[in-house]
Design a protein around this ligand. Structure first.
Ligand code: GDP
Ligand code: CA
Length: 330
Protein backbone atom coordinates (compact mmCIF):
# COMPACT_ATOMS: atom_id res chain seq x y z
CA UNK A 1 0.00 0.00 0.00
CA UNK A 2 1.24 3.46 -0.90
CA UNK A 3 0.13 6.38 1.26
CA UNK A 4 0.64 10.06 0.45
CA UNK A 5 0.16 12.59 3.27
CA UNK A 6 -0.27 16.34 2.78
CA UNK A 7 1.31 18.02 5.78
CA UNK A 8 2.15 21.28 7.49
CA UNK A 9 4.64 21.51 10.35
CA UNK A 10 4.09 20.52 13.95
CA UNK A 11 0.62 18.94 13.69
CA UNK A 12 1.57 17.29 10.42
CA UNK A 13 4.79 15.93 11.90
CA UNK A 14 2.98 14.32 14.83
CA UNK A 15 0.47 12.78 12.50
CA UNK A 16 3.22 11.50 10.22
CA UNK A 17 4.91 9.76 13.15
CA UNK A 18 1.68 7.79 13.51
CA UNK A 19 1.44 7.13 9.78
CA UNK A 20 5.02 5.85 9.77
CA UNK A 21 4.33 3.50 12.70
CA UNK A 22 1.14 2.27 11.03
CA UNK A 23 3.00 1.76 7.74
CA UNK A 24 5.67 -0.37 9.44
CA UNK A 25 3.07 -2.83 10.68
CA UNK A 26 1.03 -2.74 7.44
CA UNK A 27 4.01 -2.90 5.09
CA UNK A 28 3.03 0.42 3.53
CA UNK A 29 5.21 3.06 1.95
CA UNK A 30 4.74 6.74 2.89
CA UNK A 31 5.38 9.97 1.00
CA UNK A 32 4.87 13.31 2.76
CA UNK A 33 4.12 16.34 0.59
CA UNK A 34 4.96 19.29 2.80
CA UNK A 35 3.91 22.95 2.79
CA UNK A 36 6.52 25.52 1.77
CA UNK A 37 4.29 28.60 2.17
CA UNK A 38 5.94 29.38 5.53
CA UNK A 39 9.42 29.41 4.00
CA UNK A 40 11.36 32.59 4.43
CA UNK A 41 14.83 34.01 3.85
CA UNK A 42 16.23 35.68 6.98
CA UNK A 43 19.83 36.80 7.53
CA UNK A 44 20.55 35.32 4.10
CA UNK A 45 19.40 31.85 5.18
CA UNK A 46 16.61 29.88 3.56
CA UNK A 47 14.39 28.59 6.34
CA UNK A 48 11.74 25.91 5.73
CA UNK A 49 9.85 25.64 9.03
CA UNK A 50 7.39 22.93 8.04
CA UNK A 51 9.89 20.68 6.25
CA UNK A 52 12.22 21.04 9.23
CA UNK A 53 9.51 20.32 11.81
CA UNK A 54 8.70 17.10 9.97
CA UNK A 55 12.35 16.16 9.39
CA UNK A 56 13.45 16.84 12.99
CA UNK A 57 10.38 15.18 14.52
CA UNK A 58 10.59 12.01 12.44
CA UNK A 59 14.38 11.98 12.76
CA UNK A 60 14.26 12.18 16.58
CA UNK A 61 15.93 15.61 16.69
CA UNK A 62 12.99 17.89 17.52
CA UNK A 63 12.51 19.76 20.76
CA UNK A 64 9.49 18.02 22.31
CA UNK A 65 8.51 20.98 24.51
CA UNK A 66 8.50 23.74 21.90
CA UNK A 67 7.40 21.41 19.12
CA UNK A 68 9.62 23.26 16.63
CA UNK A 69 13.38 23.47 16.23
CA UNK A 70 16.12 21.25 17.60
CA UNK A 71 16.38 19.49 20.92
CA UNK A 72 19.27 20.74 23.10
CA UNK A 73 19.26 24.05 21.24
CA UNK A 74 21.46 27.03 22.16
CA UNK A 75 21.01 30.65 21.00
CA UNK A 76 24.47 32.17 20.61
CA UNK A 77 24.00 33.20 16.96
CA UNK A 78 20.67 34.91 17.71
CA UNK A 79 22.29 36.83 20.56
CA UNK A 80 25.14 37.98 18.33
CA UNK A 81 22.73 39.05 15.56
CA UNK A 82 20.72 41.04 18.11
CA UNK A 83 23.93 42.71 19.33
CA UNK A 84 24.42 43.96 15.76
CA UNK A 85 20.83 45.17 15.70
CA UNK A 86 20.29 42.87 12.72
CA UNK A 87 16.60 42.66 11.85
CA UNK A 88 14.42 40.76 12.23
CA UNK A 89 14.86 39.97 15.90
CA UNK A 90 11.45 38.31 16.33
CA UNK A 91 12.32 35.02 14.61
CA UNK A 92 13.83 32.29 16.79
CA UNK A 93 16.93 30.93 15.10
CA UNK A 94 18.80 28.37 17.18
CA UNK A 95 22.46 27.50 16.66
CA UNK A 96 21.85 23.87 15.70
CA UNK A 97 19.03 24.94 13.41
CA UNK A 98 21.33 27.46 11.72
CA UNK A 99 23.54 24.58 10.53
CA UNK A 100 20.58 23.07 8.68
CA UNK A 101 19.82 26.43 7.04
CA UNK A 102 23.47 26.91 6.08
CA UNK A 103 23.63 23.52 4.35
CA UNK A 104 20.30 24.17 2.63
CA UNK A 105 21.21 27.68 1.50
CA UNK A 106 24.61 26.59 0.21
CA UNK A 107 23.05 23.79 -1.87
CA UNK A 108 20.29 26.07 -3.21
CA UNK A 109 22.92 28.66 -4.16
CA UNK A 110 24.82 25.96 -6.02
CA UNK A 111 21.71 25.32 -8.09
CA UNK A 112 20.11 22.30 -6.47
CA UNK A 113 16.32 22.42 -6.26
CA UNK A 114 14.67 22.33 -2.83
CA UNK A 115 13.47 18.76 -3.39
CA UNK A 116 17.07 17.57 -3.89
CA UNK A 117 18.26 19.58 -0.91
CA UNK A 118 15.51 18.08 1.25
CA UNK A 119 16.55 14.59 0.20
CA UNK A 120 20.16 15.40 1.05
CA UNK A 121 19.26 16.73 4.51
CA UNK A 122 17.09 13.65 5.09
CA UNK A 123 20.06 11.32 4.59
CA UNK A 124 21.21 12.52 8.01
CA UNK A 125 17.80 12.37 9.70
CA UNK A 126 16.42 9.19 8.13
CA UNK A 127 12.79 10.23 8.67
CA UNK A 128 11.50 6.86 7.43
CA UNK A 129 9.10 8.49 4.98
CA UNK A 130 9.84 10.17 1.68
CA UNK A 131 9.86 13.94 2.23
CA UNK A 132 8.89 16.16 -0.69
CA UNK A 133 8.28 19.90 -0.73
CA UNK A 134 4.96 20.67 -2.47
CA UNK A 135 6.93 22.70 -5.01
CA UNK A 136 10.52 23.68 -5.77
CA UNK A 137 9.25 27.09 -6.89
CA UNK A 138 8.80 30.16 -4.76
CA UNK A 139 5.43 30.01 -3.04
CA UNK A 140 5.02 32.24 0.00
CA UNK A 141 2.00 32.81 2.19
CA UNK A 142 1.36 36.48 2.85
CA UNK A 143 -1.37 38.08 4.96
CA UNK A 144 -3.10 41.24 3.80
CA UNK A 145 -3.46 43.30 6.98
CA UNK A 146 -4.34 46.77 8.19
CA UNK A 147 -1.07 48.16 9.51
CA UNK A 148 -1.08 50.16 12.77
CA UNK A 149 -0.81 53.92 12.00
CA UNK A 150 2.63 54.24 13.54
CA UNK A 151 4.00 51.58 11.18
CA UNK A 152 2.58 52.87 7.90
CA UNK A 153 4.94 53.65 5.02
CA UNK A 154 5.31 57.15 3.55
CA UNK A 155 2.36 56.62 1.21
CA UNK A 156 0.20 56.12 4.33
CA UNK A 157 -1.43 53.01 2.87
CA UNK A 158 -3.45 51.26 5.55
CA UNK A 159 -3.37 47.82 3.94
CA UNK A 160 -0.21 45.88 3.26
CA UNK A 161 0.72 42.26 2.54
CA UNK A 162 3.20 40.90 5.06
CA UNK A 163 4.96 37.55 5.13
CA UNK A 164 3.16 34.84 7.07
CA UNK A 165 6.04 34.60 9.57
CA UNK A 166 5.85 38.31 10.31
CA UNK A 167 2.07 38.04 10.65
CA UNK A 168 2.19 35.11 13.03
CA UNK A 169 5.40 35.39 15.02
CA UNK A 170 5.89 39.14 15.18
CA UNK A 171 2.23 40.16 15.39
CA UNK A 172 0.85 36.92 16.90
CA UNK A 173 -1.79 36.85 14.16
CA UNK A 174 -3.48 39.78 15.94
CA UNK A 175 -3.53 42.46 13.20
CA UNK A 176 -6.85 43.04 11.43
CA UNK A 177 -6.49 40.55 8.56
CA UNK A 178 -8.40 40.60 5.29
CA UNK A 179 -7.07 37.62 3.38
CA UNK A 180 -4.14 35.30 2.74
CA UNK A 181 -2.31 35.32 -0.58
CA UNK A 182 -0.05 32.55 -1.87
CA UNK A 183 2.57 34.56 -3.72
CA UNK A 184 3.97 32.65 -6.69
CA UNK A 185 1.33 29.91 -6.60
CA UNK A 186 0.05 30.67 -10.12
CA UNK A 187 3.40 29.77 -11.66
CA UNK A 188 4.39 27.03 -9.20
CA UNK A 189 4.74 23.45 -10.43
CA UNK A 190 4.60 20.38 -8.20
CA UNK A 191 8.09 19.30 -7.11
CA UNK A 192 9.56 16.28 -8.92
CA UNK A 193 8.01 13.10 -7.54
CA UNK A 194 4.79 14.69 -6.26
CA UNK A 195 2.56 13.91 -9.24
CA UNK A 196 4.01 10.40 -9.57
CA UNK A 197 3.39 9.79 -5.86
CA UNK A 198 -0.23 10.91 -6.21
CA UNK A 199 -0.77 8.89 -9.39
CA UNK A 200 0.60 5.76 -7.70
CA UNK A 201 -1.08 6.28 -4.32
CA UNK A 202 -3.59 3.86 -2.84
CA UNK A 203 -4.64 6.46 -0.29
CA UNK A 204 -4.13 10.19 0.25
CA UNK A 205 -4.42 11.53 3.79
CA UNK A 206 -4.71 15.19 4.79
CA UNK A 207 -2.92 15.60 8.12
CA UNK A 208 -4.83 17.54 10.79
CA UNK A 209 -2.69 20.54 9.84
CA UNK A 210 -3.86 24.12 9.64
CA UNK A 211 -6.26 24.08 6.65
CA UNK A 212 -5.73 27.76 5.77
CA UNK A 213 -1.98 28.25 6.02
CA UNK A 214 -0.57 24.70 5.87
CA UNK A 215 -2.81 22.66 3.52
CA UNK A 216 -4.26 25.46 1.34
CA UNK A 217 -0.82 26.62 0.10
CA UNK A 218 -0.12 23.03 -1.03
CA UNK A 219 -3.45 22.92 -2.84
CA UNK A 220 -2.68 26.32 -4.41
CA UNK A 221 -0.30 24.48 -6.77
CA UNK A 222 -2.88 23.93 -9.52
CA UNK A 223 -1.49 20.73 -11.01
CA UNK A 224 -1.14 19.20 -7.56
CA UNK A 225 -4.73 20.04 -6.66
CA UNK A 226 -5.99 18.73 -10.04
CA UNK A 227 -4.11 15.47 -9.43
CA UNK A 228 -5.97 15.08 -6.12
CA UNK A 229 -9.37 15.99 -7.52
CA UNK A 230 -9.15 13.61 -10.47
CA UNK A 231 -6.66 11.07 -9.07
CA UNK A 232 -7.34 7.37 -8.50
CA UNK A 233 -6.77 7.28 -4.74
CA UNK A 234 -9.41 8.04 -2.13
CA UNK A 235 -8.68 11.22 -0.15
CA UNK A 236 -9.40 11.17 3.58
CA UNK A 237 -8.88 14.23 5.77
CA UNK A 238 -8.39 14.33 9.53
CA UNK A 239 -9.98 17.27 11.33
CA UNK A 240 -7.61 19.69 13.10
CA UNK A 241 -10.65 21.13 14.90
CA UNK A 242 -12.09 19.29 17.90
CA UNK A 243 -15.27 20.55 19.55
CA UNK A 244 -15.03 23.95 17.88
CA UNK A 245 -11.41 24.70 18.76
CA UNK A 246 -7.99 23.99 17.30
CA UNK A 247 -6.09 21.62 19.55
CA UNK A 248 -3.05 23.84 19.35
CA UNK A 249 -2.09 26.84 17.22
CA UNK A 250 -4.07 29.40 15.31
CA UNK A 251 -6.44 27.67 12.95
CA UNK A 252 -9.33 29.54 14.58
CA UNK A 253 -7.85 32.93 13.64
CA UNK A 254 -7.06 31.79 10.13
CA UNK A 255 -10.54 30.33 9.59
CA UNK A 256 -12.11 33.57 10.86
CA UNK A 257 -10.27 35.51 8.14
CA UNK A 258 -11.99 33.27 5.57
CA UNK A 259 -15.29 33.51 7.47
CA UNK A 260 -15.32 29.72 7.75
CA UNK A 261 -16.83 28.38 11.00
CA UNK A 262 -14.20 26.93 13.35
CA UNK A 263 -15.78 23.48 13.38
CA UNK A 264 -14.88 20.08 11.97
CA UNK A 265 -17.66 20.47 9.39
CA UNK A 266 -16.52 24.00 8.52
CA UNK A 267 -13.04 22.78 7.61
CA UNK A 268 -14.44 19.90 5.56
CA UNK A 269 -16.64 22.39 3.70
CA UNK A 270 -13.54 24.42 2.90
CA UNK A 271 -11.86 21.35 1.35
CA UNK A 272 -15.08 20.37 -0.42
CA UNK A 273 -16.45 17.02 -1.52
CA UNK A 274 -14.76 15.38 -4.47
CA UNK A 275 -18.21 14.83 -5.94
CA UNK A 276 -18.53 18.64 -6.15
CA UNK A 277 -15.05 19.42 -7.47
CA UNK A 278 -13.44 19.47 -4.03
CA UNK A 279 -10.88 17.01 -2.71
CA UNK A 280 -12.50 14.94 0.05
CA UNK A 281 -13.99 11.46 -0.07
CA UNK A 282 -13.83 10.89 3.68
CA UNK A 283 -13.52 13.08 6.78
CA UNK A 284 -12.45 11.82 10.16
CA UNK A 285 -13.83 13.85 13.07
CA UNK A 286 -13.41 13.53 16.81
CA UNK A 287 -16.08 11.65 18.72
CA UNK A 288 -17.36 14.95 20.17
CA UNK A 289 -18.08 16.03 16.58
CA UNK A 290 -19.83 12.81 15.56
CA UNK A 291 -22.92 14.75 14.48
CA UNK A 292 -21.00 16.74 11.82
CA UNK A 293 -22.60 16.45 8.39
CA UNK A 294 -20.70 17.23 5.21
CA UNK A 295 -22.68 16.79 1.97
CA UNK A 296 -21.00 14.34 -0.40
CA UNK A 297 -18.37 13.25 2.15
CA UNK A 298 -18.36 10.13 4.35
CA UNK A 299 -17.89 11.40 7.91
CA UNK A 300 -16.72 9.06 10.64
CA UNK A 301 -15.90 9.72 14.31
CA UNK A 302 -12.75 8.48 16.07
CA UNK A 303 -10.67 9.84 18.97
CA UNK A 304 -8.52 12.53 17.32
CA UNK A 305 -6.22 13.61 20.16
CA UNK A 306 -2.64 12.79 19.20
CA UNK A 307 -1.65 12.27 22.84
CA UNK A 308 0.95 9.65 21.99
CA UNK A 309 2.03 7.59 19.04
CA UNK A 310 -0.35 4.71 19.81
CA UNK A 311 -3.32 7.13 19.79
CA UNK A 312 -2.13 8.58 16.49
CA UNK A 313 -1.70 5.10 14.96
CA UNK A 314 -5.31 4.35 15.93
CA UNK A 315 -6.39 7.55 14.13
CA UNK A 316 -4.48 6.52 11.03
CA UNK A 317 -6.03 3.06 11.13
CA UNK A 318 -9.49 4.64 11.34
CA UNK A 319 -8.67 6.83 8.33
CA UNK A 320 -7.47 3.80 6.33
CA UNK A 321 -10.64 1.89 7.23
CA UNK A 322 -12.79 4.84 6.24
CA UNK A 323 -11.07 4.89 2.85
CA UNK A 324 -11.43 1.18 2.26
CA UNK A 325 -15.01 0.67 3.38
CA UNK A 326 -16.54 4.12 3.49
CA UNK A 327 -15.21 6.36 0.76
CA UNK A 328 -14.29 5.36 -2.79
CA UNK A 329 -12.78 1.89 -2.62
CA UNK A 330 -9.02 1.83 -2.26
P1 GDP B 1 2.34 24.16 11.88
O1 GDP B 1 2.64 24.26 10.41
O2 GDP B 1 3.57 23.95 12.71
O3 GDP B 1 1.44 25.24 12.38
O4 GDP B 1 1.55 22.80 12.07
P2 GDP B 1 0.36 22.17 11.25
O5 GDP B 1 -0.34 23.15 10.38
O6 GDP B 1 0.85 20.91 10.63
O7 GDP B 1 -0.58 21.72 12.44
C1 GDP B 1 -1.26 22.65 13.24
C2 GDP B 1 -2.65 22.11 13.48
O8 GDP B 1 -2.56 20.82 14.09
C3 GDP B 1 -3.44 22.98 14.42
O9 GDP B 1 -4.35 23.75 13.67
C4 GDP B 1 -4.15 21.99 15.34
O10 GDP B 1 -5.55 22.16 15.24
C5 GDP B 1 -3.76 20.62 14.82
N1 GDP B 1 -3.47 19.69 15.89
C6 GDP B 1 -2.44 19.75 16.77
N2 GDP B 1 -2.50 18.71 17.64
C7 GDP B 1 -3.59 17.99 17.29
C8 GDP B 1 -4.21 16.78 17.80
O11 GDP B 1 -3.76 16.16 18.78
N3 GDP B 1 -5.34 16.33 17.16
C9 GDP B 1 -5.88 16.99 16.09
N4 GDP B 1 -6.97 16.49 15.51
N5 GDP B 1 -5.33 18.12 15.58
C10 GDP B 1 -4.21 18.59 16.17
CA1 CA C 1 3.56 25.87 9.25
Amino acid sequence: MRIVVLSGGIGGARFLAGVRAYARTAGADVTAVVNVGDDVILHGLRICPDLDSVMYTLGGGADPERGWGRAGETWTVSGELAAYGAEPTWFGLGDRDVATHLVRTTMLSAGYPLSAVTEALATRWQPGVRLLPATDDRLETHAVVTVPEAERADDGAAQRAIHFQEWWIRHRGALPTHRFVFVGADAAKPAPGVLDALAGADLVLLAPSNPVVSIAPILAVAELRDALVSGPAPVVGVSPIIDGAPVRGMADRCLAVLEVPCTAAGVAGLYGARADGGILDGWLVDETDAQSAVPGVTVRPAPLWMTDEAATVAMVRAAVELATDGGRSA
